[in-house]
Design a protein around this ligand. Structure first.
Ligand SMILES: Cc1cc2nc3c(=O)[nH]c(=O)nc-3n(C[C@H](O)[C@H](O)[C@H](O)COP(=O)(O)OP(=O)(O)OC[C@H]3O[C@@H](n4cnc5c(N)ncnc54)[C@H](O)[C@@H]3O)c2cc1C
Length: 469
């Protein structure tokens, strides 16, 4: 595993700041140890996998290795939207067939309740609020973003979405910039870092061995696998790779992943303004742009506002631009003020970024690395990993333990979603497409017709949280 340059130990994430110092760091790996299963990466995916393995086989010796602190990657920096896969039902159907697609979308919806129950059972104060997801249109070009999906759901007799009148959408979101929308009622929001740290605590309680500040520099491919860090090594029978966008540096996965940033800002607490606007505080809200805007309210009444897709990693190298970027902060803040002019004079107190591991069709990639049964991976969450990582833990645990159960045989495993072009074509092409998306969406936001060329090139961008209309 080629090491990425170090990420700063404390990005400017509001969420990470809120939990800083909550638990003492685990020691770095030193010397040579052995394990039954080693997991690289202590985000949601690695930690849910560790917990699931302990649930299935309590005696299994599970070691988790993390280059920074558990939860300080995407899991501690995200928007905290806990969403299902329903908005991608059509593409999931194309990928794995109609019955499995509905089953997995339903399982992803059930995962939202599982997170709630897990927090309740283990006393994790992650500010879980199941107020629903308001999926909106903020320009006329976005109208109809969900129409095909609603028709598909109706044909299948499933009803994840509640239609709303334009007046209701504007009222609930607290802004007339929202022109239309539908509501997915089972969705939730959470303090994402608190959830990750809760998982960490419970994993330690269950006997998982965690080594932090331990970057895995390389690992052998034969069985047993040897993982090497600066000061130690692990000899393990099975390996789970749960390293999000960092996995793009593995030769086996390089063209299956593209790493893009998502960028967020948080304002000072503004409970009175939110009250005046009428913004329902338990809602997660998004627009329908390709470079999606997503926003919600924190426990103490801050607006947390994010935007996807602003920078792209060359060859999967995740540098400091994935922690924070002043230029992108300005872009995100401009969108925040466009939707909520009443916040224009409110200070932005936090601004941060993180890496998104985009897979070609937007679903996580589960599989056996180079066909090896003893090295499995679960990466490519494509910006929707808070809820679905619960399923990821089940799939990866079954894969690692060689179980042919419902999760160990899901058709997502070893299912190709196609490939991105190799570098440097991917990097250059992605910039070209991104520039076209920006031009197109800016024109649409002005209610102007974008140029033919921008529209054609922008159409090459992979779909985001939702299938394209
Ligand atoms: C800014 C942002 C906003 C997002 N918003 C949302 C949202 O609102 N809702 C949603 O569902 N999803 C969202 N996502 C996506 C979601 O956060 C991720 O899908 C999810 O956290 C993935 O979990 P993970 O465990 O795969 O990754 P991570 O939490 O990144 O964990 C991977 C870990 O691997 C470690 N690692 C990497 N390489 C090595 C190595 N060589 N050795 C040791 N350790 C290593 C990293 O340090 C990291 O901690 C967002 C992501 C970002 C970045």
């Amino acid at each position: 595993m080629t090491p990425p340059p170090p990420t700063s130990s404390l990005p400017h994430s509001l969420w990470l700041q809120e939990i800083a110092g909550d638990q003492p760091d685990a020691p770095p790996l030193s010397g040579a140890i052995t394990a039954d299963v080693a997991i690289v990466g202590a985000g949601y995916v690695g930690l849910w996998t560790a917990l699931r393995i302990k649930e299935l086989e309590p005696a299994c010796d599970v070691v988790v290795l993390e280059q920074g602190r558990a939860g300080y990657g995407a899991s501690g920096r995200n928007g905290g939207f806990v969403l299902a896969w329903w908005p991608k039902l059509a593409s999931l159907t194309r990928l794995i067939g109609p019955d499995e697609a509905v089953r997995l979308c339903q399982a992803s919806e059930d995962a939202i309740a599982e997170i709630r129950d897990f927090c309740d059972t283990h006393n994790i104060d992650a500010d879980f609020r199941q107020g629903g997801w308001l999926w909106t249109a903020t320009s006329r070009a976005q109208f109809g973003a969900w129409d095909a999906l609603l028709r598909l759901c109706a044909r299948k007799g499933i009803t994840p979405y509640q239609p709303l009148s334009p007046a209701e959408v504007a009222a609930r979101s607290g802004s007339a910039a929202h022109l239309a929308g539908v509501m997915e009622t089972k969705a939730a929001i959470v303090q994402p870092a608190a959830l990750a740290r809760g998982l960490r605590r419970v994993a330690l309680e269950r006997g998982v061995r965690l080594f932090e500040h331990t970057r895995i520099r390389r690992f052998t491919r034969g069985r047993p696998v040897t993982l090497v860090s600066d000061a130690g090594s692990v000899r393990t029978d099975r390996l789970v790779i749960a390293t999000n966008g960092w996995a793009a540096s593995l030769p086996e996965l390089g063209t299956s992943l593209a790493v893009i940033s998502s960028d967020l800002v948080a304002t000072a607490p503004v409970p009175e303004i939110l009250g005046r606007l009428g913004w329902e505080r338990d809602l997660g809200i998004t627009d329908s742009q390709t470079m999606v805007d997503y926003y919600r309210v924190s426990r103490d009444g801050r607006v947390v506002f994010g935007k996807g897709g602003w920078t792209i990693a060359l060859g999967g190298r995740i540098g400091a631009a994935f922690d924070h970027s002043p230029e992108r902060t300005a872009e995100v803040t401009a969108d925040l003020h466009r939707y909520y002019p009443a916040l224009a004079s409110v200070p932005v107190t936090h601004a941060w970024s993180g890496p998104i591991d985009r897979a070609p069709m937007g679903f996580p990639l589960f599989g056996r690395l180079g066909g090896r049964e003893h090295i499995v991976y679960g990466v490519g969450w494509s910006g929707n990993g808070v809820g679905p990582s619960v399923l990821g833990g089940k799939i990866l645990a079954s894969l690692a333990l060689g179980r042919r159960d419902e999760w160990g045989t899901t058709p997502l495993i070893d299912r190709s979603q196609g490939h991105f072009p190799p570098e440097p074509i991917r990097y250059l092409g992605a910039h070209l497409v991104r520039a076209a998306v920006v031009r197109k969406e800016r024109a649409e936001n002005r209610d102007e017709r974008p140029s033919w060329l921008a529209t054609r090139i922008a159409a090459l961008a992979p779909a985001g949280l939702e299938d394209k209309k």
